[in-house]
Ligand binder design. Sequence first.
Ligand SMILES: [Zn+2]
Length: 93
Amino acid sequence: MDKLEKLLSCHSQLLGYQKIPDELLFSQQIVKLIIPTDEIASRASVRTNCWVCSEEITNHREVHQNHQVLCRSCAGYSYYEATQDLSVILDRF
Ligand SMILES: [Zn+2]
């Protein structure tokens, strides 16, 4: 794929995403951070994908485990936990 084809492909994807309803693009879950945000944000512009869940991993947060590249959640080092406690949202405002 040459540079123009890649650019057109990216542009087509962007246009496609604009037409897909949010509820099909995103899922949501209430979570509670279990490590500080300073530790979550690290180096920008480094990207890869998790071998297990295909989630894009940014900022050099991937974990190398058994010759696989994993997101922190699949590696067992999630920075959040699922919760039904709505106070975690209200505490932010
Ligand atoms: Zn994963």
